[in-house]
Design a protein around this ligand. Structure first.
Ligand code: BES
Ligand code: MN
Ligand code: ZN
Length: 492
């Protein structure tokens, strides 16, 4: 649904729906007098058996004395009490109750916490994230242009402080929504070239974007990445985005994303069932571009590089075969065992390039890399692999804070052996066991001594369950997580 969010001081003005947040100090919300009968909410709450602490809600038709059509009372009493029950989630939940009401006023001065601009702007972020929908292609159930915008006004005495605190969160929401839109978008309209254009478009925020073509990548020797693209009519791209919001002298931090716009498996063709999901195989790159948008949008005080490896993995007469040996930009050779293990081939050149050119403080790559990570962790945690304990801890912490959680899995010499090849320096798969780990070992061979972390987001970026703050197939996983990582640890 489309929303137009604004903030103002509380006033008794007409609207279709008034939402009162009630805090732990009982069911007398601020401005209940606007209803015309101050005790009405308390009476109705009693009838409904409502407890402000349990996060529930109830609604009633407003009396004639009120300028509202309808009233919903939302229990905010327990918001913030535990990790699931956040103000962010409460915002999402509350938005889901708006229904068809067009003009909505939210009275939020709920208890002590209801006065906290940080918490209330989290609530507003939750609403914004929940509102995102992917319905551009629905022409029958949704007449083009007919969709109305819900005007949502948060009314609070400290509305100016809330508005100010919401500024940076609007940028975060924009980043998450961009990531979601790209993951939801089908591959016929989003190829490597179109994806690169999305990165270029971020220049309006002050990001610098370079796009490398096939020719330039050939010159650089990126034959691991280029090999994946051989089977596609659509040429690959490497997008390099830089945001310089930090001190000039400071080395950047870097994020690298797998952007396989569609993964058929190539000659090692995937089975047909569920293959349509592979339009989301650019979820890592989507998170990186979304993160860059968020950071630039809120003018983060950090130097940040974002690199997207953009290719399509198709079977074709020109496609690469199992048994082929390619030379990566690093000079290391790779025996292709399975053309469906393509993500690591894209990333190894992108990571190596990133490290050589930018000498970053750290590199974090995101990729929908293995089905095996779904077997291990399901859709609750992304797999985290790293050569650096401190970086791992920072990412884990950010995950707990944002509820975009990660779980660390091991990398180790013993696993590394599993990708030694008979004919080349390494092979691109490690056999049946520990599939997510051997994929990580592969990437590890291209990062040198630089602190590095790999997030396998195959279970978290796409095909996502609905949550309070996410209503579509794509979650936008990684944007809030890494924004938090940067904000907490890497801004001057
Ligand atoms: N894109 C897939 C991984 C994937 C699976 C992402 C399910 C999202 C949901 C990746 O390129 C792939 O095909 N990996 C193979 C690796 C195997 C051939 C070693 C896999 O996981 O089966
Ligand atoms: Mn694949
Ligand atoms: Zn893939």
């Amino acid at each position: 649904m489309k929303i137009d969010l604004s903030f103002s001081k509380p006033s008794k003005t007409a609207c279709d729906l008034a939402i009162f947040l009630v805090g732990e100090d009982g069911v007398y919300p601020a401005h209940a007098e606007f209803i015309g009968d101050e005790d009405l909410i308390e009476k109705a709450a009693e009838l409904a058996g409502f407890d402000a602490k349990d996060g529930g809600s109830f609604s009633f038709v407003a009396p004639k004395s009120a300028p509202f059509g309808k009233v919903i009372v939302v229990g905010a009493g327990s918001a913030g009490d535990n990790a699931e029950n956040t103000w962010l989630n409460l915002g999402g939940k509350t938005l889901s109750k708006v229904g068809s009401s067009e003009k909505v006023h939210i009275f939020s001065d709920a208890g002590k916490e209801g006065q906290d601009p940080e918490l209330l702007s989290e609530f507003a972020l939750g609403m914004t994230l929940r509102a995102y929908d992917f319905d551009e292609y629905k022409t029958v159930t949704k007449k083009k242009g007919a969709e109305k915008t819900h005007k949502i006004k948060m009314m609070a005495s400290n509305y100016l402080a809330i508005k100010k605190a919401f500024n940076s969160r609007q940028a975060i929401a924009d980043g998450v929504v961009l990531a979601r839109r790209l993951v939801n978008e089908p591959a016929n309209t989003l190829g490597p070239v179109e994806f690169a254009a999305e990165a270029k478009a971020l220049e309006e925020l002050g990001i610098k974007t370079e796009i490398l073509t096939e020719k330039q990548m050939t010159k650089l020797g990126m034959h691991a990445l280029l090999g994946v693209a051989l089977g596609s009519e659509r040429p690959p791209r490497l997008a390099i985005m830089t945001w310089n919001g930090g001190k000039k002298s400071e080395d950047p931090i870097a994020f690298v994303g797998k952007g396989v716009v569609f993964d058929t498996g190539g000659i090692s063709l995937k089975p047909g069932g569920g293959m349509e999901d592979m339009k989301g195989d650019m979820g890592g790159a989507a998170a990186v571009i979304g993160l860059m948008k968020a950071l630039a949008g809120r003018k983060a005080k950090a130097n940040v590089v974002g690199i997207l490896g953009l290719v399509e993995n198709m079977p074709d007469g020109k496609a690469q075969r199992p048994g082929d040996i390619v030379t990566s930009m690093s000079g290391q050779t790779i025996e292709i065992i399975n053309t469906d293990a393509e993500g690591r081939l894209v990333l190894c050149d992108a990571l190596y390039y990133c490290n050589e050119r930018f000498k970053p403080k750290f590199m974090i790559n995101l990729a929908t890399l293995t089905g095996a990570v779904l077997v291990a962790l399901g859709q609750e945690h992304a797999g985290l692999f790293s050569n650096d304990d401190e970086l791992s801890e920072q990412i884990t912490e950010a995950g707990l804070k944002t509820r975009e959680r990660v779980w660390r899995l091991p990398i180790d010499k013993a696993y590394d052996k599993m990708i030694d090849s008979r004919f080349a320096d390494m092979k691109n798969t490690g056999g049946r066991f520990a599939g997510s780990i051997t994929a990580a070992q592969f990437l590890h061979r291209f990062v040198g001594e630089t602190p590095w972390a790999h997030l396998d987001v195959a279970g978290t970026a796409m095909n996502s369950p609905k949550t309070d703050i996410s209503a579509t197939w794509a979650s936008g996983f990684g944007v809030r997580l890494l924004n938090e990582l940067v904000a907490k640890n890497y801004e001057s």
